[in-house]
Design a binder for this molecule. Structure first.
Ligand code: GAR
Length: 221
């Protein structure tokens, strides 16, 4: 069982998707804890309902943000964490955490990176007038949304969309690709070379593209 810790700041629907993937047997993981920087995060409730320990760390309690991330790294080391999953964790990860878990931190971003980095990826996509956007799971490095890309799903942007409707459509695919990316990681199928991720998969999974038209797509064995 891979020891996974989740970091979330808010609603935690991606956290829930990971919990469900574990409960269904799709992901052979132990979710060792939830760490949050927000005492009001709904993700805490999800942790409680699923018997997952949660830890609230107040960033204001640290003189510098490096110290805050050192405290997170210490908590995670104490729990023998092997993979850190950022699920709507709305802070730029700093060196002490990245150095403790090199290429062992995943993030999900609501756009097709490297487009629309930073906050409000969905709003940026609408403002740019793109016709296709989506979501990306990537490893976290010291840049903002710049680490090696693991997997992406393409999602159409409709002329009638606003930020909310596009966010909703993208979110469904976030919930599909995040467990899938974690599974690829735990099965040791990700090879990172010069910042490029190659996926060792059977032929039937090669060039995996989530069909944006099929809302009912389920990623199976
Ligand atoms: C998700 O859409 C995620 O992609 C985004 O925040 C939302 C969290 O939702 N993350 C970022 O924008 C990171 N830059 P959730 O709390 O329901 O998982």
């Amino acid at each position: 069982m891979l020891r996974v810790a989740v970091l979330a700041s808010g609603r935690g629907s991606n956290f829930q998707a990971i919990i469900e993937a574990k409960n269904s047997g799709y992901l052979k993981v132990d979710i060792v804890c939830l760490i949050t920087d927000n005492p009001e995060a709904y993700a805490i409730k999800r942790a409680q309902e699923n018997g997952i320990p949660h830890i609230y760390l107040d960033p204001k309690g640290y003189a510098a943000s490096d110290e805050f991330f050192k405290a997170i790294a210490d908590e995670l080391k104490e729990r023998s964490t092997e993979l850190v999953v950022l699920a709507g964790f709305m802070r730029i990860v700093k060196r002490p955490l990245i150095e403790t878990f090199p290429m062992r931190i995943l993030n999900i971003h609501p756009a097709l990176l490297p487009s629309f980095k930073g906050l409000h990826g969905q709003r940026q996509a609408i403002q740019a007038g793109v016709k296709i956007s989506g979501c990306t799971v990537h490893f976290v490095d010291e840049g903002v949304d710049t680490g090696p890309i693991v997997i992406q799903a393409a999602v159409p942007v409709l002329s009638t969309d606003n930020e909310e409707t596009l966010s909703e459509r993208i979110l469904k695919y976030e919930h599909l690709i995040y467990p899938y990316a974690i599974r690829l990681f735990l099965e040791d199928r990700l090879i990172i070379n010069n910042g490029i991720v190659k996926i060792k998969v059977e032929q039937r999974y090669l060039n995996f593209l989530v069909n944006p038209v099929n809302e009912n797509l389920v990623v199976k064995d």
